[in-house]
Design a protein around this ligand. Structure first.
Ligand code: NAG
Ligand code: NAG
Length: 386
């Protein structure tokens, strides 16, 4: 791709690299575990420019391997202004190693993210397009639903609007039937040219078509379990709001970019159930790939990310619920529970959490029981309470 395309895409001021060639490279979507949590991250090789379509409303971590990193942003919609960190962009956080975390990015934050070292030399530059997740088109193969078809952009008639699909994510469960999803991003292709994400292609041309939407496709899967590296487990309580008679639960390490699944009383909550209207007892929030769940019953909900249990939500103890929990406790070993309690208490205090120690003990017991058969594989398992 030459600078011709570049000037069409971005007519505004452009941070000129030494070479005017726009190197569009593949990017790695990987997972990082910085201090604050577990984020999906985008990397670009040192000294390069990388282009990538992503979804709005889903946190993303942009890497820049430079200790004195200086970031500058150019948002396509604004046209002329460059923003430098830390002023003016409230949802972008600097991470200690020089990278940035963009929380709940907006479609209007589509643009250029430029990172320079302390001497002003470019380390990496990202062109990121945040496609509007509120327009996500979701289809399930098992229900015979079809993804969007290719269309031509009315402009000159030769440009095709199509969905560029990412690889399928892993199955969200193992050893039993699960589901997997893949994300697809709106792209536009001219004959003999490389396709570009739709809004980067259009630049400031105010053109819109109802075909310009990101997609998510779901299908059934069934895979064998592999040995795991251990999980971070969060415990939390919830209470149904009196007004809506529901509660929203958030799976802590979940993301639309990763396989997530919820279970209620050991029954999986599937996209198939939701999209077919069969399962109306809970609602998976599509805008974050089911990371958030709306519940209407005071049951126990668990969520798994990358096939690992990461969180368990209990209804805030009322007399009936305590009874259920007590039933579940039967069979636990008190000494093991005691030993873990001391350790966990410190964590709890440090993180200033409101957690009922009584139920906590019970939960640990259940957890130990659940995990005992595979404990040797999970030596790195840590307890992380939010
Ligand atoms: C980061 O940069 C340092 C020094 O420039 C280099 O040694 C290191 O390998 C880089 N790390 C990554 C992950 O690229
Ligand atoms: C849609 O367009 C893309 C890009 O030109 C092409 O790769 C794909 O095969 C097309 N799909 C169909 C069903 O025609």
């Amino acid at each position: 791709m030459g600078d011709l395309t570049m000037s069409k895409v971005m007519p505004g001021p452009w941070p000129q690299p030494q070479s005017t060639m726009l190197t569009t490279l593949w990017l790695l979507l990987s997972f990082a575990l910085p201090v604050l949590g577990f984020y999906v991250s985008v990397r670009c090789p040192h000294g390069k420019q990388c282009q990538r379509a992503l979804l709005s409303n889903n946190d993303i971590f942009l890497h820049c391997n430079s200790s004195g990193a200086q970031w500058h942003y150019f948002f396509l919609q604004d046209g002329t202004n460059w923003y430098s960190h830390p002023r003016s962009v409230s949802n972008i956080e600097r991470m200690p190693e020089g990278s940035i975390l963009i929380k709940n990015p907006l479609p209007s934050q589509t643009g250029i993210y430029n990172c320079r070292d302390k001497n002003g030399l470019q380390v990496v530059q990202y062109e990121i397009e945040f496609q509007d997740v509120s327009t996500l088109h979701i289809t399930h193969r098992g229900l015979g639903q079809k993804p969007l078809r290719n269309e031509t952009l009315s402009l000159g008639g030769k440009e095709i609007i199509f969905t560029h699909w990412e690889p399928w994510q892993d199955c969200n469960r193992c050893g039993k039937p699960g589901e997997r999803k893949r994300l697809g991003y709106c792209h536009i292709q001219e004959p003999l040219e490389e396709p570009l994400p739709c809004w980067l292609y259009l630049g400031d041309a105010r053109l819109w078509s109802s075909r310009m939407r990101p997609e998510m496709q779901v299908e059934a899967c069934n895979v064998q379990c592999k040995t795991s590296e251990g999980a971070h487990i969060t415990f939390d309580n919830f209470e149904l709001s009196e007004e809506s008679e529901s509660a929203w639960l958030t799976c802590p390490l979940g993301s639309i970019y990763r396989p997530v699944i919820w279970e209620a009383n050991n029954t999986p909550l599937t996209w198939q159930g939701q999209l077919s209207g069969q399962d109306v007892s809970t609602i998976l929030d599509p805008s974050n790939g089911g990371r958030r769940l709306q519940v209407f019953q005071p049951a126990i909900y668990r969520c798994f990310v990358q096939q690992e249990l990461v969180a368990r939500f209990n209804p805030r103890p009322s007399p009936d619920v305590l009874e259920i929990l007590q039933k579940e406790e039967v069979g636990q070993q008190p000494e093991a529970g005691q030993a873990r309690k001391g350790k966990a208490d410190t964590v709890l205090k440090g993180l200033q959490l409101m957690l009922l120690v009584g139920t906590f003990l019970g939960l640990l017991g259940v957890l130990l029981k659940l995990f005992r058969p595979s404990q040797s594989k999970r030596r790195n398992q840590t307890l992380l309470v939010k």
